[in-house]
Design a protein around this ligand. Structure first.
Ligand code: DX5
Ligand code: ZN
Length: 214
């Protein structure tokens, strides 16, 4: 599939309601929700108060990306706060399996993520244990960074393995995605593209989402 998930991190928080309305009217399939704790990543974004606003106002599934240590402490609360999917970083935990179970027990879709410096082979044993894997194409922590081209090599490895094993695991790419690489990423097997600054920095975000999809 070819899904676009605009990252609310790049929205203007003074007009959050308006921006969510815009996404509701757009062709974006999901809304990506970046949660940062200032420990796992050198930045702090937002938590439950914003999540609650999104739960009330968003008409699209909320794709939650936890950039936090000890995700096991919070995954259930994000599920209860209306997440459609909850993802956390493989390198942030010792054993992802019990955390994936917590998410699944809430009836929420699971996602495992790796930063650009993590060996993609570490993700492969979990391909049949999650609904989605997220390959970071920038180092987690900030919007507006430059896309790391070697993401394509990782995407190829993950995509080939998914096809070889006949799985329906989705692949999401996050960071530095825009019109310069969206089509190539979809063609290389990405299912979901996160776009923050490309969407919210555009003069016409609704049109930009259309362009990213085509
Ligand atoms: C980075 C976040 C990304 C980011 C994407 O830590 O996970 O979702 O907001 O923003 P852009 O598209 O501007 O790179
Ligand atoms: Zn993200």
């Amino acid at each position: 599939m070819r899904y676009i998930a605009p990252s609310i991190l790049s929205a203007d928080f003074a007009r959050l309601g308006e921006q969510v309305d815009m996404l509701n009217r757009s062709d974006a399939e999901w809304i990506h929700v970046d949660v940062m704790d200032g420990v796992f990543v050198p930045n702090i974004s937002f938590g439950f108060p914003i999540m609650q606003v999104l739960q009330r106002t968003a008409k699209k599934p909320l794709d939650v990306h936890l950039m936090i240590t000890h995700p096991e402490r919070y995954v259930e609360r994000f599920a209860d706060a209306g997440a459609y999917s909850v993802g956390f970083h493989l390198e942030a935990v010792d054993d992802p399996m019990p955390i994936l179970d917590l998410i699944r027990a809430k009836g929420v879709r699971t996602c495992l993520t790796i930063n650009p410096d993590i060996d993609v082979n570490r993700l492969l044993p979990y391909l049949d244990k999650v609904d989605m894997v997220l390959l970071m194409s920038v180092f987690a922590g900030f919007g507006g960074q430059k896309f790391i081209e070697t993401t394509f090599d990782k995407l190829r490895i993950v995509h080939d393995e998914i096809v070889r094993r006949g799985l329906n695991t989705l692949v999401e790419i996050d960071g530095g995605v825009g019109r310069q690489n969206a089509a190539r990423l979809f063609d290389a097997g990405a299912d979901v593209l996160v776009a923050g600054s490309a969407v919210f920095g555009a003069t016409d975000p609704i049109e930009e989402i259309k362009i990213l999809k085509s």
